[in-house]
Design a protein around this ligand. Structure first.
Ligand SMILES: [Zn+2]
Length: 239
């Protein structure tokens, strides 16, 4: 095979690998973000339950204050009842007493309901806390794995850059400029294989003469339609 063509195939492979590092890093970072988001969500849930408990306690205190008022009022009413004389007055007092007792019942029911709610929300918080500690240890594991993956990527990146540097230093400036000019628009499809006599950059069929030259591999051939550099598919892929 033409030495320049060989270099170009290798260079395009290295450039592709270099471009793949970005998405690989993004993917790893996304994993970490997902685990952190989960922790954050659980914390928010726990905060909501805590706020509900505070609210219920406040309502409970109001009901208790109301109960105290009602009990004072009932005492007052029973004192008054000893003093009233007419049937009308007695009836009015009885009515007032009944209403106050009803209000007492209602306040007591409300307090019982709030107590139950406080208890349930407390259990909810305990459940969330349990999940939270699980999520935290999971995040820790992920972080450790991510650190490993990042180190791996960093190492691979160094290797690929090293290889590219070595390759570029061996290449002719003219060929390099030619490659870079195409790469500006073709990006990672600057050097493409020919499959079934079609350019794998633009997918157009190449003429017989171009195809024959590509198969010979002793010159740098570009696609007559798009201008990408063409090469013969390796045996491994054809097999
Ligand atoms: Zn083409």
């Amino acid at each position: 095979m033409n030495k320049y063509l060989e270099q170009l195939i290798e260079l395009s492979k290295l450039d592709r690998e270099i471009d793949d590092f970005g998405p690989r890093i993004t993917k790893v970072e996304k994993m970490l973000k997902l685990s952190l988001d989960k922790e954050k969500e659980l914390k928010t849930q726990s905060d909501v339950f805590s706020a509900d408990i505070s609210d219920a306690k406040l309502k409970k205190a109001k009901n208790e204050a109301h109960l105290a008022e009602l009990s004072a009022k009932l005492k007052d009413l029973s004192k008054k009842s000893a003093l009233v004389k007419t049937a009308k007055e007695i009836k009015a007092l009885q009515l007032e007493e009944e209403i106050s007792k009803e209000q007492c019942d209602f306040a007591n029911e409300e307090i019982a309901r709030l107590d139950k709610m406080i208890e349930i929300k407390g259990q909810n918080i305990a459940g969330v806390q349990e999940k939270l500690s699980l999520a935290a240890s999971e995040a820790e594991t992920i972080r450790a794995s991510i650190d490993g993956q990042m180190q791996q990527i960093e190492q691979e990146r160094k290797d690929v850059y090293g290889k590219k540097e070595a390759l570029v230093s061996e290449m002719s400036q003219k060929i390099l400029t030619f490659y870079q000019k195409i790469r500006k628009w073709a990006e990672n499809t600057t050097v493409v294989p020919v499959r079934k006599q079609a350019c794998y950059g633009c997918f157009m069929r190449v003429n017989d003469k171009t195809y024959a030259s590509v198969l010979k591999q002793d010159d740098i051939i570009t696609c007559p339609h798009c201008g990408r550099i063409l090469y013969k598919e390796t045996e491994v892929l054809e097999a």
